[in-house]
Design a protein around this ligand. Sequence first.
Ligand code: NAI
Length: 384
Amino acid sequence: MKVGVIGAGSMGIGIAQIAATNKNDVFLFDTNQDTIKKSLDKLAKIFARLVEKGKYTAQESKAIIGRITPIDTLDNLADCGLVIEAIVENLDVKKSVFTQLEEICSSECILASNTSSLAISAIAGACKNPERVIGIHFFNPAPLMPLVEIIPAIQTKEEIVLKSKSFIDSWGKLTVLTKDTPGFIVNRVARPFYGEALRIYEEGIADFATIDWAMTEIGGFRMGPFTLMDFIGNDVNYAVTESVFAAFYYDPRYKPSFTQKRHSEAGWLGRKTKRGYYDYTDSAETPIPNKDKELGEEIVWRILVMLINEAADALFLNIANKEDIDTAMTKGVNYPKGLLKWADEIGINKCVNKLDELHDIYREDRYRCSLQLRRMVMKSLTFY
Ligand code: NAI
């Protein structure tokens, strides 16, 4: 199948690489031709290293890169069976690209968006034939992260959903199906990983290093929340939090934090500016965490129960099924365990008690327990 990729930035080139590696002819478009050139140069360097490491032969590498054809007009996408858009995160610009694609591509072609935060139904709404529009959301770096969220718009035909899913599965990716709601699965369920950690810091319970130590050493997470936010970039992570908060009609559960806002405003964006929650300059001293076990366990428990609550609520609202919610968090953001499986292991009643305890102390809606968990306790149910 011929695959079109629009946008040759960090996501677009990664998606093009996956498609080409899976023997599809790829047509890559960007309004900035220089970006296509730079991205293809970078890809060539990546493959040179992969050849050195013995992952590919020189011949295979040449064939993969050779399957990606840069194009300078969308008209060249006429023969594609699938077009994936990965351009700037702006609804009006995306709508305009999709309405152009409708005129160019055959009626059989699936039109997909890689958007992280925009409604697929809104993009589809701009089209004459919205039933073939779908969200296919990769994670960064796309060639390495196994998870892909498949997001049908409310207008998408079932046949398009099945075709898209089986196509992306055939690329060796793990697909999960999610409703077209803000943050889909991962960017919704993961909010407390950052938000609750920031809250714990703001209350003076622990510093960044201690919270990160607790989450990695005791919680088993690959990276602590502050290290991860510095890695993602405080500007990017803050923007996602703010957009999810607004998209949920300002539900206090998703309230952004002033600490992150100030870090972002100060230009303390993280690794990319050599200063975030931590100092990344050469002479910087590594901050020492307070390795108090009791404190560490309390930090992990509070963040974890908030994550479990979020995952349970996503299930309650039929955002996705339980298997897909757990897969999304283990394969999209490398959590050590699926959150619902984790809840079973801890005990649903213990989760409810902790959430009620937080709610009683704070009297904030942020800590309200999902009805999903409460009902499960009443009926003595487990997720699995
Ligand atoms: P990027 O800024 O690296 O690349 C975007 C590219 O689109 C640029 O090269 C730009 O020249 C091009 N572009 C802008 N308007 C265009 C148009 N009208 N037609 C063709 N090309 C155009 O952005 P990135 O990070 O690759 O993100 C792209 C999309 O993927 C966004 O929708 C973003 O929300 C989504 N996404 C990003 C992730 C990330 O971690 N960066 C993860 C998952 C999804």
